[in-house]
Design a protein around this ligand. Structure first.
Ligand code: TRH
Length: 401
């Protein structure tokens, strides 16, 4: 027997580890694979699960995970098996079905895989992981079972949410400690600024804003207000869909590509740095380094909440304005305990950023202290709902017994 306990323990741990397959179809942008990849990493690293991710778009995935090879049908990244999922039937070379199967965002599992699930000696736990919504109905539908019409299989609807009784949102165990370490270390901050922008950190009186958004007609007005603001504003813009508008404002080629990484431009009191799109794990530091974060979609919206800084959400637009009640539902949670004036200012700004009205930067800034205090309180409240990966793992284990 080995004198090193790790050597003797490893095979036993591997033999009993829960196997989990996550299926992800990328609709657009980075949120679908962003959520799946974060969940995969957490289930593997914090719960010891053996995770495979089936994803149909390796290009989008590679932006979040630069070490991913584009030409491989199967590869292992950080202990997670990544399968390039070719629609509709391919589900890996073997039809070895996992203990837990996560169908992300209603992407529809390959029929052959579902048939193999039904034929498995021990029925797998099957989740449909839904998109995040802060609406009240979510708690009623979370963990509802849905029997398969033909097979002896049950799919469980797993609803992320911001309130009690929902699946919560993803939060890694180390996240708060990592943020605290960054915020407590002037050296880490200095190194981040130099590495990310090529410049030293701005002076303390500057307001640092990160800008991750879809194309947005309100951005021109906001850029003008920042240019004319009383104090300096430093804008950090990861390369993406809003870069063209920023480039146009500074009289630079509006591409694409536009306002490409490394570009730095100044007008009035506004100076802006274009940043390279980072690997997913690097995105948090951008939020920590900024005083206000503009975020979008689903995953960056969640990260901004954990960053505990005031933020502005560009919600993913849906047909028939179906996204607007979701925006207000999120505001109802996030702004719940704010004084009325600050709550109204925040709501007006979020609405303006999502198509209704003109954003009023001076008003937003006036309420900054209250918004900052609330952001920190809210991160504490949200943590009470529990982390999505932990909630999912716990439920799966009760079903696997
Ligand atoms: O990219 P998104 O807009 O994603 C989506 C999709 O449109 C999806 O179809 C939709 O359903 C969903 O929103 C609601 O925004 P999101 O969700 O914030 O995903 C962006 C990811 O990119 C997130 O994981 C953070 C990451 N990211 C980096 O890794 N590096 C970066 O530099 C930046 C700016 C983001």
């Amino acid at each position: 027997m080995s004198s090193d306990p790790h050597i003797s323990e490893q095979p036993a741990a591997a033999a009993t580890a829960i196997a989990c397959d996550i299926f992800c179809a990328v609709i657009d942008n980075f949120g679908d694979i962003g959520v799946c990849w974060r969940l995969a990493r957490q289930l593997a690293s914090e719960h010891g699960w053996q995770v495979r991710v089936f994803v149909d778009d390796l290009h989008a995935f590679q932006k979040l995970c630069p070490s991913l090879a584009l030409d491989r049908a199967r590869q292992t990244v950080g202990g997670i098996v990544v399968e390039h999922w070719h629609e509709p039937a391919h589900a890996g070379d073997t039809l070895e079905v996992a203990d837990v199967v996560i169908e992300a965002f209603g992407c529809e599992l390959p029929p052959t895989y579902v048939a193999a699930m039904a034929a498995r000696a021990r029925t797998p736990v099957w989740f449909n992981l839904e998109y995040l919504s802060a609406e009240d109905w979510v708690a009623d539908f979370h963990l509802r079972p849905s029997p398969h019409p033909r097979y002896p299989l049950t799919k469980t609807f797993f609803f992320p949410g911001l309130g009690p009784g929902t699946g919560g949102v993803l939060k890694e165990r180390h996240l708060d400690a990592a943020r605290a370490a960054f915020e407590a270390s002037p050296a880490a901050r200095e190194a981040w600024w130099r590495q990310t922008t090529g410049h030293p950190p701005p002076p303390a009186e500057a307001t640092v804003v990160s800008l991750f958004a879809y194309e947005n007609p309100a951005v021109d007005s906001l850029l003008e207000q920042w240019r004319d603001s009383a104090g300096p504003v430093v804008l950090l813009v990861p390369e993406g869909r809003i870069s063209g508008a920023v480039a146009r404002f500074f009289g630079l080629p509006s591409g694409p590509p536009s306002f490409t990484a490394g570009t730095h431009a100044t007008r009035g009191n506004l100076s802006a740095h274009a940043l390279a799109f980072t690997a997913q794990a690097g995105y948090d530091a951008l939020l920590w380094a900024s005083a206000i974060n503009f975020v979008r979609g689903e995953d960056s919206f969640v990260r901004a909440q954990w960053a505990a800084k005031p933020f502005v959400w560009h919600i993913y637009p849906q047909a028939d304005d179906a996204h607007l009640p979701k925006l207000d539902a999120a505001l109802a949670h996030y702004a719940r305990t704010l004084p009325a004036a600050a709550r109204d200012a925040l709501a007006r700004f979020w609405h303006a950023w999502n198509g209704a009205g003109r954003p009023d930067w001076a008003e937003f800034q006036r309420h900054y202290p209250a918004l900052k205090q609330r952001a920190a309180e809210w991160a504490g409240e949200l943590a009470q709902v529990g982390d999505l990966a932990g909630n999912l793992a716990l439920f799966a284990k009760t079903q696997l017994k």
